[in-house]
Design a binder for this molecule. Structure first.
Ligand SMILES: C[S@@+](CC[C@H](N)C(=O)[O-])C[C@H]1O[C@@H](n2cnc3c(N)ncnc32)[C@H](O)[C@@H]1O
Length: 431
C-alpha cells in the first residue's frame, strides 16, 4: 500500500471505532482487518499504529478541532494527529491527494481548520487538566485521590504503549529454554524484573503463531497479572478456586504453581469466556482444572463452603490499570460503570469468601487503580467479616527478591513497576 492509502485506511478504521462507542477498539480493528484480508501485516501495523495514535490523543485532538469550530470527524482527527506530530500542512495535502486509494482532497473548510495547527504540538497550556491527561472529567478526582502529586506522571505512563509480556509455562520448560525457543523464532525476549516466570518483548512480534506459543511453552500474560497469580500461593495438592476465571489467564498460572497436582476450579458467569479457557489449558498441558459456570441460584459454592485452601477473586472492574493496552477504554468509561461495579464486587467477594476453609486464603484482585474498587472494598469487607484478617504484602510475598512496594497490598502501576495497574490483597480466614 502507498503511505496515502494507509492513511485512508486509518481514517476508515478510526471511523469504525468511533461508530461503535461501546465496543473495544481492538475488537473493531480485528473485524476491520478480517474483512480486508488483502491488507498485509506490515500495512496493518502502520494503519493500526496511526489509529492508535489518534485514540491515545483523542481528547487533545478534539480540543484543537473544537477550538477551530470543527467537529472531530475521523478525517480531521487523523490529519490533525499528523500535523501535531510534526507533519507540514503541504505534506498532509499531498497525502490527501484524491489519487487512487488516497483520502479525498481537503475541502476549504477543512484546510481552514487544519492549516493553523502546523508547527504546534499536541499539548497546549490552555487545555483543561482532564483533556491534557486524556481522561474523562468525572474520573479526575478519583485518580487524584489515588496518585496525589504524582497524578500527571502516573497518567503519562498509563498513556504509553505496553510491552508484550509472556509467562513461561514451567510445566513445559524453563525460562531459559523459552528464551532460546523464542530466539530461534527471531524474537528477542528479556527476563521480567519481578516475575520469575516472565519474559518481555519490546515492540509487536507475532508470538502467537510461533512454535513456542503453539506448543504451550509460553502464554501471553502481563507481568502484573503473573504477580497477582503468585500472591495466591497455590501449591501442589491444594484445592483452589479461581472465582472470576474468565478465559483462564490466571487459572493457567495457578495450575502451573501447583505443578498440575491438586485441583483448581475455574468459575465464571460467562460460558463464552470459560469456553475460551479450554484451548489454552490444553495447549499448556494443564490437567488439574475443571470449569464451573456460575448461574443464578447456583448452590455450587454453598456445597463447598469452608473447604477450599485458596480462593482468587479477580473481580470485574473498570480496567483502569490496562489503559496502556486499551486507550479507547479511558474515554468509554462512565461514572455509572464504576457505580454499578462497586456493589457487584462486594457481592462477589462475600460469596467467594464463604468457600475459604479456616486457615485458608482469599485473594481479592482487580486490574484497576481506583481506591473505590480496591482499598475501599477491602475495608468494607474486613469490617463485615471479622473471621478474615489481612496478610500484609511483606508476609504474603513468596517470590525471590523484596516485595514490590511497602504494602499492605500489592499495588502496581505502569509508572512504578512497568506492569499494567493491578491491585491484590491477601486475606486469611482465622475462624
Ligand atoms: C477481570 S475478568 C477475569 C480475568 C481472568 N481472571 C484472567 O486472568 O484472564 C473478571 C471476570 O469476572 C466474571 N464475573 C462477573 N461477574 C461474576 C460473578 N458474579 N461471579 C463470577 N464471575 C463473574 C466476568 O465474566 C469476567 O470474566
Amino acid at each position: 500500500m502507498t503511505p496515502a492509502a494507509r492513511i485512508a485506511a486509518a481514517i476508515d478504521l478510526v471511523a469504525e471505532i468511533e461508530a461503535a462507542p461501546r465496543k473495544p477498539a481492538d475488537a473493531v480493528a480485528n473485524d476491520f482487518f478480517r474483512s480486508r484480508r488483502y491488507i498485509g501485516s506490515s500495512d496493518r501495523r502502520t494503519i493500526s499504529d496511526r489509529a492508535w495514535r489518534v485514540l491515545r490523543a483523542r481528547r487533545r485532538l478534539e480540543w484543537w478541532l473544537r477550538r477551530a469550530g470543527a467537529r472531530p470527524a475521523p478525517r480531521l482527527l487523523v490529519a490533525a494527529s499528523l500535523l501535531l506530530e510534526g507533519w507540514t500542512f503541504s505534506g498532509v495535502t499531498q497525502s490527501f491527494s484524491g489519487g487512487q486509494f488516497a483520502p479525498s482532497p481537503l475541502i476549504a473548510a477543512e484546510s481552514a481548520v487544519l492549516h493553523p495547527l502546523e508547527g504546534h504540538t499536541l499539548d497546549h497550556p490552555e487545555m483543561p487538566e482532564a483533556v491534557r491527561l486524556e481522561v474523562p472529567d468525572w474520573i479526575l478526582p478519583h485518580l487524584r485521590q489515588r496518585f496525589g502529586h504524582d497524578l500527571a506522571a502516573e497518567l503519562a505512563a498509563m498513556a504509553g504503549e505496553a510491552p508484550l509480556d509472556l509467562r513461561v509455562n514451567l510445566l513445559k520448560g524453563t525460562r531459559d529454554a523459552a528464551r532460546q525457543a523464542l530466539a530461534a523464532e527471531g524474537i528477542e525476549a528479556e527476563p521480567t524484573p519481578l516475575s520469575p516466570w516472565g519474559l518481555r518483548i519490546a515492540g509487536r512480534r507475532p508470538v502467537s503463531t510461533g512454535p513456542a506459543f503453539q506448543g504451550g511453552l509460553v502464554e501471553i500474560q502481563d507481568e502484573g497479572s503473573q504477580l497477582v497469580a503468585a500472591m495466591v500461593g497455590a501449591a501442589p495438592g491444594m484445592r483452589v478456586v479461581d472465582w472470576c476465571a474468565g478465559a483462564g489467564g490466571k487459572t493457567l498460572a495457578l495450575a502451573m504453581s501447583m505443578d498440575n497436582r491438586g485441583h483448581v476450579t475455574a468459575c465464571d458467569v460467562s460460558a463464552h469466556r470459560l469456553e475460551g479457557a479450554v484451548r489454552r489449558l490444553r495447549r499448556a498441558g494443564v490437567h488439574n482444572v475443571e470449569r464451573h459456570l456460575v448461574e443464578p441460584g447456583d448452590k455450587w459454592a454453598k456445597r463447598r463452603a469452608g473447604s477450599i485452601d485458596r480462593v482468587l477473586v479477580d473481580a470485574p472492574c473498570t480496567g483502569t490499570g490496562t489503559w496502556r493496552r486499551n486507550p479507547d477504554a479511558r474515554l468509554r468509561l462512565q461514572e455509572n460503570d464504576l457505580a454499578e461495579l462497586r456493589p457487584k464486587q462486594a457481592a462477589i467477594l462475600a460469596t467467594a469468601a464463604g468457600l475459604v476453609r479456616k486457615g485458608g486464603r482469599l485473594v481479592y484482585a482487580t486490574c484497576s487503580v481506583l481506591p473505590e474498587e480496591n482499598e475501599e472494598q477491602l475495608r468494607a469487607f474486613l469490617s463485615a467479616h471479622s473471621d478474615f484478617t489481612l496478610v500484609p504484602l511483606a508476609d504474603a510475598w513468596a517470590l525471590p527478591g523484596p516485595p514490590p512496594g511497602p504494602g499492605p497490598y500489592l499495588a502496581l502501576t505502569p509508572r512504578s513497576h512497568g506492569t499494567d495497574g493491578f491491585f491484590a490483597a491477601v486475606l486469611e480466614r482465622t475462624a
